[in-house]
Design a protein around this ligand. Structure first.
Ligand SMILES: [Mn+2]
Length: 146
């Protein structure tokens, strides 16, 4: 099982390869806001553990194992963003919050959250209902802590 930090790298490399066709050490460093030397170290570790192939002049390629996990990690991130959006979390908090929680949930919880997101997305009235509860709670908060 990859550690949270390994997951961040695999996720980012998968996104870069999907969106740009390649993942350079400098692009990964920029995306994760880390020093390129840390990227090189981690990429070598991921290579040793067979998530990717790294050759100095040919770049980074995910193995079948790395691609499979990368896809799941990107989907997990996307699912959690949809969840926070549905439950009304402020846009400005969503990305950071997902980065904070995504590594700490079991795949069991992720699958059940998938059901919950589906429950809301299939019937938009359910989202509207939740919004009504939120508005009521916010009004109450205003009257109790003016
Ligand atoms: Mn993420």
């Amino acid at each position: 099982m990859p550690t949270p930090s390994m997951e961040d790298y695999i996720e980012q490399i998968y996104l870069l390869i999907t969106n740009k066709g390649y993942a350079r050490v400098s692009d990964i460093a920029e995306a994760l806001e880390v020093h390129p030397s840390s990227v090189t170290k981690m990429v070598q570790k991921l290579d040793r553990e067979n998530y990717l192939d790294y050759e100095r002049y040919r770049g980074i390629n995910l193995t079948a194992k790395g691609r499979k996990i990368g896809k799941r990690l990107v989907e997990r991130h996307d699912l959690l963003e949809r969840l926070l959006q549905i439950i009304g979390v402020d846009k400005d908090n969503i990305y950071e919050d997902v980065e904070g929680i995504e590594h700490h949930l079991s795949w069991n919880s992720i699958d059940r959250i998938g059901d919950l997101v589906q429950y809301f997305e299939e019937v938009p009235e359910r989202i509207a209902d939740l919004k009504l509860i939120q508005e009521r709670n916010e009004e109450e908060e205003e009257t109790t802590h003016p």
